[in-house]
Design a protein around this ligand. Sequence first.
Ligand SMILES: Nc1nc2c(ncn2[C@@H]2O[C@H](COP(=O)(O)OP(=O)(O)OP(=O)(O)O)[C@@H](O)[C@H]2O)c(=O)[nH]1
Length: 311
Amino acid sequence: MADAGAPAIPVPVLLVTGVLGAGKTTLINSLLNADHGLALAVVVNDFGAINIDEVILSGTGHPVFGLKNGCICCSLQGDLLRTLRAILSVRAAPDAIVIEASGVSDPRGILEALFDPVLREAVRLDAVVTVIDAEDHDPDDALWRTQVRAADFVVLAKGAAIDPSALAALRATLASMHKTLVFAADRDGGVPLDLLLAGGVRHGAEGGIDPSPRLRDDRFVRLEWSSPTPISLPRFQATIQHLAPHLARAKGILCVEGPPGRTYVFQLVGRRATLTPAALPAVGAQLVLIGRSGMFDARRAAATLETMMQR
Ligand SMILES: Nc1nc2c(ncn2[C@@H]2O[C@H](COP(=O)(O)OP(=O)(O)OP(=O)(O)O)[C@@H](O)[C@H]2O)c(=O)[nH]1
C-alpha cells in the first residue's frame, strides 16, 4: 500500500452505478468478500435519510463511509470530495476505493467531481461498472441509458430467473450501445471480480506492478511484458492501438525515451485508454494485458509487442 498523504500513484476508483434496486450493493458485497488480498475503502451514497447499504457493507472488514440525504452527483459532490480526502489522509492509503452511487445518480456528475484539480493527483477513476436488473429495466429511460453509456463494464443482476430470449434481447440492446463487456451475475460463471479490481493490482513501495497472477478466472487470459529500458511512446501508442480491439483491460508503468523522458501510468478499461504522468522511480516498462479467452491470443500479442516496440 502507498504511504500517507501523497500516494506515488493515484489510488484507483471503481464507480458502481445502476438504478434503484438494480443490485449494486450485492455486487460490492461480493467484491469486498472476495479473496483478493486488497485493502478496499467503500463510499456508499444512499438517497434517503437512513443509509441501509452502509450497514450491510460494514460487516465486511473494509472501511465504509456513508453519504446520505442527497446525491453525490449533485448536492453531495462536496461531501464526496471531503470523504475521499479523509480516506487518503490515513497513514496507509487503500489499494482501491469503491464508490456506490445512489440509484438516482447521473454518473457524469460523479465523474466531474473526480476530476477535481486537487483530488486528481491522488485518485484516478479506474472503471465504471453499471449494474442492470435483468428482470426489471426500461431501456427507454433516460437515466438508465445515461448509466449504461457511462459503463466500462456492465453487470446483469437477477438474470437466472428470466427467459433466455429476454436476456438475449437485453444483450442485443447493450450491443447496440457498444457495450461488449457484459457479465451476467447469475449465469456464465458470474462476474469476473478480478477483472473489476484489476486496477487495484497495485504497487509495492518501489512502484513496480505486483507480478503475482491474480486472474484465476479462465474466461480471461493475461500477458505480462516488460522492457528493461525506456520505451518509445509513439511506438507504444501504435502497438496498443493495434492490440486494443482484443483487450478487456490493460495497465502498465512506462518510462519513455527522452528528451524530456517521463514516467507514465497507462490504463485501458474497455475502450478508454489514459496515460498519466507519475513521479515513480521506474527505469523501464512493465505492462499487463488482459483479454477474453478465445478472443485474445497472448502468444501472438507477445510477438506483436516484440516486433512493433522494436521497429
Ligand atoms: N436473484 C438475484 N437477486 C439479486 C441479485 N443482485 C441483487 N439481488 C437482490 O436485489 C435486491 C436489491 O439488491 P441491492 O444490491 O440492494 O440493490 P442496489 O442497487 O444496491 O439498491 P439501492 O441501493 O436501493 O439502489 C436485493 O434483494 C438483492 O438480494 C442477483 O444477481 N440475483
